[in-house]
Ligand binder design. Structure first.
Ligand SMILES: *Cc1c(COP(=O)(O)O)cnc(C)c1O
Length: 233
């Protein structure tokens, strides 16, 4: 079996095992292949193994791949930092943006989303461990901003995303993800049934088990599918 296919098999097994361990339905946990810095050839190998959701961090790199793979039925997720002068191409080319970290970005994405594509799915990125080097909303004060963003016409606020501290222990990983899950609950208390957030975008190669234990519905995995990146980023 080719290496990437093998790796995807291993990651899928980890997801299934964690789901079983924590009483989750594995069909509620979507595996996103984080394909930043990877070639189209590598993406095709992941497609051959059955993956259809791909996540990218750098807009220009992503647009090149999306163009090249236009004939395929793929769902593209943007998960990287988004500058406000780049929101238009994100709004026009992705199904999901997980890294909305300011009201201004959300407003621009809504204004620039082509109506023909339907609402853009978004997650709000939360700086869950309050790290100065990371972007994202602070947990304090998030609820009213989320409720405001939920009303923007061309967006569908689906949930929350976080990247906890990399050096956390398993218990610390769980505590961070639990905070994110609680924030989603708090926001949902103020939303109508049809608007409730159904997504927790949390868990990467190193912490997907802890994320699944706390209710993750999307794990974003790069390294454990494609191997180590040349430049860790
Ligand atoms: C790079 C990246 C990932 C994947 O990380 P791995 O440790 O390689 O699995 C997930 N989420 C975000 C936001 C990333 O930037």
């Amino acid at each position: 079996m080719p290496k990437i296919e093998n790796n995807i098999d291993d990651v899928s097994k980890r997801i299934d095992q964690s789901a079983a361990e924590y009483g989750r339905d594995p069909s509620e946990i979507l595996l996103l292949a984080v394909s930043k810095t990877r070639s189209v050839e590598h993406i095709r190998q992941a497609m051959d193994a059955g993956l259809t959701h791909f996540a990218e961090n750098y807009l220009q790199e992503a647009l090149d791949k999306i163009t090249e793979l236009k004939a395929e039925d793929l769902c593209w997720h943007f998960i990287g930092p988004l500058q406000s002068n780049k929101t238009r191409s994100a709004a026009e080319n992705f199904s999901w943006v997980h890294s909305v970290d300011r009201l201004k970005i959300a407003t621009r994405l809504s204004d620039q989303r082509p109506e023909s594509l339907g609402p853009l799915n978004i997650c709000l990125q939360v700086n869950i461990d309050n790290e100065p080097s990371k972007s994202g909303f602070h947990a304090d004060g998030l609820v009213p901003i989320a409720l405001q963003i939920a009303q923007l016409p061309n967006l569908r606020l689906r949930g929350l995303m976080a990247i906890p501290r990399a050096e956390n222990s398993f218990q610390e990983q769980q505590a961070a993800f639990q905070k994110l899950a609680e924030l989603r609950q708090q926001i949902n208390q103020s939303l109508d049934n049809s608007e409730k957030l159904d997504t927790l975008s949390m868990g990467m190669s190193g912490d997907l088990e802890a994320a699944i234990s706390q209710g993750s519905t999307m794990v974003r995995v790069g390294t454990d599918i494609f191997g180590k990146r040349e430049q860790q980023q």
